[in-house]
Design a protein around this ligand. Structure first.
Ligand SMILES: Nc1nc2c(c(=O)[nH]1)N=C([C@H](O)[C@H](O)COP(=O)(O)OP(=O)(O)OP(=O)(O)O)CN2
Ligand SMILES: [Zn+2]
Length: 125
């Protein structure tokens, strides 16, 4: 099995509602995002999926988050879920799964870094 992965990033602010500590206050991160696609079948060029296509596809969603206050977005708003790294990883996984042309491949996982040392991964069971 092959895994093809792309890293991208966006810069955005958030706060964690109900958090007992500084993370409940408005603050920002450079959010690094890694997306990995898995599969067995390479095309005639020897590619599982073109890095270029993955980058172009995920750019749309990441652009909608860039320089935003994530808590203002419908999905993460007052009635929505907290914008933790875990919830962002699941949100991005579902967006990317919808947008990528995966054919026989699978979206293996999405990893969201809040900092170089802290991250969360979402993958389907
Ligand atoms: N499981 C999670 N834990 C925490 C999350 C999260 O998304 N998932 N988020 C936060 C905060 O957003 C915070 O920005 C990060 O906290 P922390 O790592 O403590 O950040 P610091 O830069 O202050 O780290 P120091 O090493 O203490 O300087 C918290 N937890
Ligand atoms: Zn934070």
């Amino acid at each position: 099995m092959f895994q093809v992965c792309v890293r991208a990033h966006f810069d955005a602010a958030h706060f964690i509602r109900g958090y007992d500590g500084d993370c409940a206050k408005l603050h920002g991160h450079r959010w690094d995002v890694e997306v990995c696609i898995s599969g067995n079948q390479l095309d005639s060029l020897g590619m599982l999926i073109d890095f270029k296509d993955v980058k172009q596809t995920i750019r749309k969603t990441l652009k909608s988050l860039d320089h935003s206050l994530i808590n203002d977005l419908t999905h993460f708003g007052p009635q929505g879920i907290n914008p933790t790294a875990e919830n962002l990883a699941r949100f991005l996984f579902l967006e990317f799964k919808r947008d990528l042309r995966l054919n026989d491949n699978n979206l293996a996982w999405v990893k969201v870094y809040e900092s170089p040392d802290t991250w969360a991964i979402f993958k389907e069971d």
